[in-house]
Design a protein around this ligand. Structure first.
Ligand SMILES: [Zn+2]
Length: 262
């Protein structure tokens, strides 16, 4: 375990969860990631890029790289380091997929600095229905297609995901350029990060992983008699359904996430 170059908090979290918990250590971003440094979208700028090697003792059937867009100023960041929130939730989310044999070789962190117009769009969106057209696509559709799968960590808003089916359905509205996003999820910091505060899931539940599972497996919510990652609803999840929310994945869900292209 390499802790010196990285957050002591993250290393502590890793030790506590023993062998199955991924450990991240910082490395030099590869050229394709370095090229994103300073990238300007219509309403945001990539203000810094960082890359991390993920080591995990569990053998993987498949490995992917994960791109994390993090809103500068959100509780997900703490100056130059991951915040305790991200140090806890990121390894926890990655560990969920190790049960399927899906590993993450790298995590690339893109710090996103939104301008006033971009923040207004995000705020407007957060105050409307989570099923309205996603303004976030306008913010992010110009990132290079290699930057996927991507999770965007925000200050506020709804947790939501746009998997292959959703992107296909929205293409007539937003144009073919959104297809290159190839899967996008948004996780805010202000509501139910662990889904352990306001709904009836156990504290071990990971909303972060749930949103990723939507994208990676092109999965929707289900109602099964066994607890699993996709047995979930929104904030009004009934108590009975909440008891079925867990970080377990069924064999079918594992097969689905392993089929993510890449
Ligand atoms: Zn969901």
């Amino acid at each position: 375990m390499i802790c010196a170059a990285f957050s002591a908090l993250l290393c502590l979290a890793a030790r506590a969860r023993a062998a199955e918990t991924p450990v991240l250590s910082e490395t030099t971003p590869p050229p394709e990631v370095q090229a994103l440094d300073g990238f300007q979208g219509a309403d945001y700028q990539v203000s810094q890029v960082r890359s991390f090697v993920v080591s995990n003792s569990s053998p993987s059937l498949k490995t992917l790289a994960l791109y994390l867009g993090v809103e500068v100023g959100s509780p997900w960041l703490n100056g130059e380091d991951f915040s305790p929130l991200l140090a806890l939730e990121l390894p926890k989310a990655l560990a969920v997929f190790s049960q399927c044999g899906l590993g993450f070789s790298r995590v690339h962190l893109l710090e996103l600095r939104f301008n006033a117009a971009g923040l207004t769009r995000l705020a407007d969106y957060a105050s409307s229905s989570p099923y309205d057209p996603p303004f976030e696509f306008g913010l992010l559709q110009d990132l290079p297609p290699a930057a996927r799968p991507m999770v965007v960590l925000l200050r506020q808003g709804y947790a939501e995901s746009f998997n292959a089916d959703a992107i296909s359905n929205l293409t007539p509205v937003y144009g073919a350029s959104i297809a290159k996003i190839g899967g996008l999820s948004f996780v805010p910091s202000d509501t139910d990060v662990g889904y352990d505060a306001s709904v009836f899931a156990p504290g071990s539940y990971s909303l972060f992983a749930h949103e990723m599972a939507h994208v990676l497996g092109n999965l929707e919510h289900v109602t099964l008699s066994v607890p699993n990652i996709m047995n979930a609803g929104d904030g009004d999840t009934p108590r009975a359904a909440g008891r079925m929310m867990s970080t377990d994945m069924t064999p079918q869900q594992c097969a689905a996430v392993l089929s993510y292209p890449g």
